[in-house]
Design a protein around this ligand. Sequence first.
Ligand code: DHB
Ligand code: FE
Length: 284
Amino acid sequence: MARITSSVYSSHVPAVGAAIDLGKTHEPYWQPIFNGYAPTQQWEKENPPDVVFLVYNDHATAFSLDLIPTFAIGTGSKYQPADEGWGPRPVPTVIGHPELAAHISQSVIQDDFDLTIVNKMDVDHGLSVPMNLMFGSPNAWPCPVIPFAVNVVQYPVPSGRRCLNLGKAIRKAIESFDKDLNVQIWGTGGMSHQLQGPRAGLINKEWDNKFLDRLIADPEGLADMSHMEYVREAGSEGIELVMWLIARGAMSDLNGGKAPTVRHRFYHVPASNTAIGHLVLDNN
Ligand code: DHB
Ligand code: FE
């Protein structure tokens, strides 16, 4: 059967993608950030997934105010990098896993989560930047990816509790797929940042680190955090962090198993207008 071996959490700052594309990763401003992901890149080489289930948000790129799915699962065979205003990023086409994605859709929808099925969409920095951070810049991505887009752009957005429970349903779906696949689930976005309005530039290091502590040790308690607290403490775009609870909900300890092992934890300020956070948890 397929199984979820690990969960990976990361910010997806677009300027990090630009630093890669413009050859600036060794500049003093950027180097500490890429150094922070080096242990994970090594670990990914040693523990390659067969499939990544990648939770991210679309930033009004594939979707717009015309159409706002709360949860959208990519069931297509491939996804092109989106043009976000400067042309598509020079990164490989994302290859999907239609068979597993269709199975997950069947199981999760029957478990009462109403997913939007997406067979065709372009994927923006929310997906492509974490791919670079974990896998570097290869000519082709090392494995298929199932994109899973969450609305955290236009209110109302889903609660932390709903995200955690959705993660549990995704785990159940993956573990009932009749093929021996090693699946990683990734949660992206965050950490504290606000890109607009009078509080633009807001970063809250103490709150971010507490969020990481609680994501590891108290995910059920963290799921009760209100939207108001995310926005007040982590800024208007800090709400992206609810997506991390989807990945966390898929881990063993929330489904009758043992607590995960922390493989890697990294936090850095600043990266563009945001704090960068990163965590790797292994199931035991
Ligand atoms: C920025 C955009 C994002 O989507 C994000 O998650 C963090 C930062 C930005 O434009 O700087
Ligand atoms: Fe974002």
